[in-house]
Design a protein around this ligand. Structure first.
Ligand code: SF4
Length: 274
């Protein structure tokens, strides 16, 4: 059987007008992307003026996603609200307050364990980096090809690529945290086949499970490669969002190939139409 890997820019273009619902709102994928880009722009604007207030704002955004997998229902927003309610300035960064935040946000692995993670993160950014957020984000950008594998945060217990990449995605669109719904969509369309190009690097292991650190490295490199195939008009975060919304609207557990605009590009859609 001969297969043709879908042309990526053409496929993406066809997806942008799909309407997708999330959090009580329905918008086109193009509009969701614009909102996401705007949010990243606002987050980056916090770096332009160093102040105690901005340090705490950046910390609250960043740490929300580092902790998200430990919160029941993975409700990062609940942690964020609790953090903002209790931590207003650097003198509020105490173990006692971390425990209050974690209890309010129903941290599933116990507030003592969670407080140890927050404390290690705060010590790293506050004491080791002297709140030099730009320095940290510049390091992340410089090391994007290897997924910033030497990031000191990855040595903290309970912080792995997935949550670290999610936290970084708020400030750097080259980092995205892929979930199984996204990798399933990418596999169905046939875009995983572009991964063969990057496995020439023998340290890269082909795989689609975002919870596996080796597969995380593969997915990170794959999405950088897909972004390059789009002439970087779409970043890895954009592509992650596009496939995530496609997964919510058309490419669910039971696919809606008949009404999917890429059913003539997607390998699964073509197969199912026969
Ligand atoms: S054509 Fe079908 S399998 Fe392919 S992306 Fe669309 S819904 Fe998913």
């Amino acid at each position: 059987m001969k297969i043709t890997i879908p042309d990526l820019p053409q496929t993406i273009e066809l997806l942008l007008d799909i309407r997708s619902s999330f959090d009580g709102h329905t918008k086109t994928i193009k509009e969701w992307l614009a909102e996401q880009r705007n949010q990243t722009k606002n987050n980056l604007a916090l770096l332009n003026q160093q102040s105690e207030e901005n340090d705490i704002k950046i910390l609250s955004i960043f740490i929300r996603d580092l902790m998200v997998r430990g919160i029941l229902g993975e409700a990062g927003e609940r942690f964020y609200q609790a953090f903002c309610q209790i931590i207003h300035q650097k003198s509020d960064l105490t173990d006692e307050n971390y425990q209050k935040v974690l209890m309010l946000s129903r941290y599933r692995w116990g507030s003592t364990k969670g407080a140890a993670v927050i404390s290690a993160v705060v010590n790293y950014f506050g004491d080791t980096l002297a709140w030099n957020w730009s320095g940290y984000f510049n390091q992340a950008e410089a090391n994007k090809d290897n997924n910033f594998i030497d990031d000191a945060l990855l040595k903290i217990k309970n912080i792995g690529f997935k949550v670290r990449d999610l936290a970084l995605s708020n400030f750097n669109p080259n980092y995205a945290a892929f979930d199984l719904h996204v990798t399933r969509v990418v596999a169905r369309i046939g875009l995983l086949a572009y991964g063969w190009d990057i496995t020439e690097d023998k340290t890269i292991e082909f795989g689609t499970n975002p919870s596996d650190p080796d597969n995380c490295l593969f997915l990170h490199r794959l999405f950088l490669h897909l972004a390059a195939l789009c002439n970087n008009q779409f970043t890895p975060v954009d592509l992650d969002r596009i496939f995530w919304h496609l997964g919510r609207s058309k490419c669910k557990a039971k696919t809606k190939c008949e009404t999917c605009p890429i059913n003539k590009n997607c390998l699964t859609g073509i197969k199912r139409a026969r």
